[in-house]
Design a protein around this ligand. Structure first.
Ligand code: DX5
Ligand code: ZN
Length: 555
């Protein structure tokens, strides 16, 4: 379908919401494993696979085989978002007569395999892939297997078969979420090494224990190991895997079961349980609360931007914010597309280019060619016709569409028609031109007001807070409605980039938890607040939430 990074992200969020809607309505189902594979599904269905939702049995379509069939809510939700059927059909999940059952069935359009009897999807896929070769067909098979089902001997028989027959028209993605039905995989049937003790959820995160990739390598497979929630890593891995010839490829994607909902994350209890009806709206809000940190490299050593990019990578940034200044729209000059092109090979982390330049419509192609993932232009130097052209060019090239407004700019009238197309709106909280300025306080109110307007106009992108954002105000910026946060002097200007990014995340997480507790209170008073808190079983989340509820006067 050829979507850009941001569209994939938005669709994954939409699909997660449908999973909650469907399982809540059904009163049963498997949200945990649906969420661990959400970004994997997103990259496959919205970028890589060729199919026609109006003609699901088109002969040359790529095939998506969900071997871990119990995660069917995740499959159905994405098929709905991809247009195979109406999203409202998710309300029939697991109901008598529905096409959407607890495990995938052929009667649902887009389903290629009746999965759920675990361990057999890989063998089925190899058969399909070999058949395609015999028929001289070019379509690919994409197969998602689970780590729990890797207990089955058949998986390893298929591993040998795939290598023997050099099945290179199939890509396998292993959703390595470390949890199977009852507990952690490393406790039940270790794939890495056996873990014993009390704190298994911490232990499995220790990368030095991970052996599963080597197991597949020893079977003769091309193995690519990634973080399975980072769209850019999945994207790069799929590209590599689909280009590899004469060897079968498997992407070992490390994921978190229940990813996206704090109380479900890494909690074996959420393998196969549906949320309670009164909890669902709080989860729905939580799914809107995903956030991204975008360090701005101009706050570092301008003579060595390569090193600043490396610091962002080591710091686990979500995006790299690139402030392009032309000496005209703003006084300073920083760098242009040529520098970005040089930096591009250093990382797959999305490049978030913020163009503070005049006449952006003349330059947008340069930034596309330089490898930017999103290009944001200023409203002050656009009008209906030039922005329309920018938007179309970016969309055609699978690049995200961003609009920025200065502190004293309001959304211009012409922009309203484009709001539903925007992937990002940058709300400047300093007068653009340099890093290291103080956050303009009135931006908090401005952002809150903007959220209302944006919602009315079906904006489903992310607001990015840019300028003077630091640890003291990032929580409030989140509460205002921002979901991406630029940090120049407060991140790149600091010695320990990784430490400060982690502190940013902690501050935002605090604000997010507050927002959700408040939502629980609004919906059901103290009772619901307590029920919400009780769900947070893993780690010390519960203690922290109790404290927070106390401070808010809700307990
Ligand atoms: C300002 C830029 C910002 C800025 C961020 O013109 O758009 O991205 O450099 O730096 P801090 O966070 O230091 O304001
Ligand atoms: Zn910026």
């Amino acid at each position: 379908m050829g979507m850009n990074y941001y569209q994939i992200k938005k669709n994954a969020r939409r699909a997660r919401k449908l999973v909650i809607r469907g399982t809540t309505a059904a009163g049963s189902g498997h949200p945990g494993g649906s969420f661990s594979m959400a970004e994997i599904m997103g990259c496959l269905l919205y970028k890589y696979m060729r199919y026609d939702p109006k003609n699901p049995l088109w002969e040359d379509r790529d095939r998506l085989v969900l071997s871990k069939g119990h995660a069917s809510p995740g499959l159905f939700s994405n098929l709905a978002v991809a247009g195979f059927f109406d999203e409202a059909e998710i309300d029939t999940l697991r109901k008598l007569g529905s096409r959407l059952q607890g495990h995938p069935d052929y009667k649902c359009p887009g389903v290629e395999f009746c999965g759920g009897s675990l361990g057999i999807g890989l063998s089925f896929s190899i058969g399909n892939a070999l058949a395609a070769k015999i028929d001289s067909k070019n379509h690919r098979i994409f197969t998602i297997i689970g780590d729990g089902e890797s207990d089955e001997g058949q998986v390893w028989e298929a591993a040998m078969t795939g290598a023997k027959y050099k099945v290179d028209n199939m890509t396998v993605i292993l959703d390595r979420n470390f949890i199977q039905q009852d507990s952690y995989t490393e406790k039940i049937m270790p794939l890495d090494e056996e873990l014993t003790g009390d704190d298994l959820s911490e232990m499995w995160k220790d990368a030095s224990r991970w052996k599963l990739g080597d197991k597949w390598r020893s079977f003769g497979w091309n193995v690519i190991e990634i973080d399975g929630h980072r769209i850019e890593q999945i994207d790069a891995a799929l590209k590599k895997a689909t280009q590899t010839r004469n060897t079968p490829s498997i992407i070992v994607a490390r994921t978190v079961k229940g990813k996206g909902v704090e109380h479900m994350e890494d909690n074996p209890k959420w393998h196969g349980v549906a949320p309670k009806k009164e909890i669902a709206p709080i989860i729905d809000l939580e799914l809107d609360c995903q956030f991204m940190i975008a360090p701005s490299i101009i706050a570092g050593d301008m003579a060595n931007l390569e090193n600043e990019v490396k610091r962002c990578v080591e710091g686990r940034a979500d995006y790299i914010h690139l402030d392009v200044m032309d000496g005209q729209f703003v006084q300073n000059t920083t760098f242009d597309h040529n520098k970005i092109k040089e930096l591009r090979p250093l990382t797959v982390i999305p490049f978030d280019a913020h163009l503070m330049i005049n006449e952006p419509v003349k330059h947008v192609n340069d930034y596309i060619n330089a490898g930017c993932d999103i290009v944001t232009v200023h409203a002050e130097v656009c009008d209906e016709s030039s922005f329309g052209e920018i938007k179309d060019t970016l969309r055609q090239n699978q690049v995200g569409i961003g609009l920025a407004i200065n502190p004293d700019t309001n959304l211009p009238e012409w922009s309203f028609q484009f709001l539903s197309d925007l992937d990002q709106l940058i709300v400047m909280s300093v007068v653009p031109g340099k890093s290291g300025q103080k956050y303009i306080e009135s931006t908090h109110q401005k952002t809150q007001d903007l959220v209302k307007v944006l919602t009315e106009h079906k904006f489903d992108g992310f607001i990015e807070a840019d300028g003077g954002v630091d640890l003291t105000n990032v929580g409030q910026c989140f509460t205002d409605g921002a979901r991406a946060f630029v940090g120049g002097s407060a991140i790149i200007g600091q010695k320990d980039v990784r430490g400060v990014i982690s502190d940013f995340r902690k501050e935002i997480l605090k604000a997010r938890r507050k927002l959700l507790i408040k939502k629980a209170y609004d919906l059901g008073g103290r009772d619901l607040v307590n029920k919400w808190i009780e769900l947070h079983l893993i780690g010390d989340k519960k203690t922290q939430l109790i404290q927070m509820a106390k401070e808010l006067g809700y307990s």
